[in-house]
Ligand binder design. Sequence first.
Ligand code: DC
Length: 232
Amino acid sequence: MKEKRIVITIDGTCGSGKSTIARRLADRLGLVYLDTGAMYRAITWKALQTGQDLNDRRALIELAERTEIRLRRGERGPRVFVDGAEVTEEIRTPRVTNAVKHLADIPEVRSEMVSQQRRIAEAGGILAEGRDTGTVVFPDADYKFYVDAPIEVRLRRRHREFAGKGIEMTEDEVKKDLLARDAADKSRPVGALRVPEGAIVIDTGATDEVEENLKLLLKHIKEVDRVDKLIS
Ligand code: DC
């Protein structure tokens, strides 16, 4: 009998450390890492690149439907392709980050992304990360995590992250940006960020050590023992 391959979802707030944890966990368990945020970024990049009017819903829906997004494993993390061209770096610019909301708020765009995400996951063995992966995309996942941390901790991490990228921002600006992101994520008409039913809530506030935070998730996953045995 074919073994069922696990599906894990990780949703959570900005600055909670969920992306780093998600990547490590996927590597550790040999799962395909499905970065759903990268998909929303990819279509946003294309909308900007092709000069779309970000208030023209119809045009944005059509654009999402006819864009081919591919995610591939790379040595330095996942690589993202739009219609065959690599956009791994381009989708991380502040310009794209600030425009994503225009597409991510449109229910039809989301339903197109969700179909693509489910298609990618058909073979199983997936770790999906985002805002609605446990609530909408894979509500029947084997393990659903919701990662969060107190606002002061997230602010400190974001500040460090911006500084690391050479983006100069005052503490007040970082705070304004983070609160706006929280509000956008949590108030979206469809696919809003919330704790999925049956999810395990992880608070990463106690430490910035990724390995320590990873352990908080690993202890809930019974397959970990088996994977460790396979590796050793
Ligand atoms: O995780 P991230 O910052 O790369 O996500 C980019 C944007 O996409 C962010 O503004 C929220 C949005 N997003 C979403 O609406 N639904 C998801 N499942 C993942 C991300």
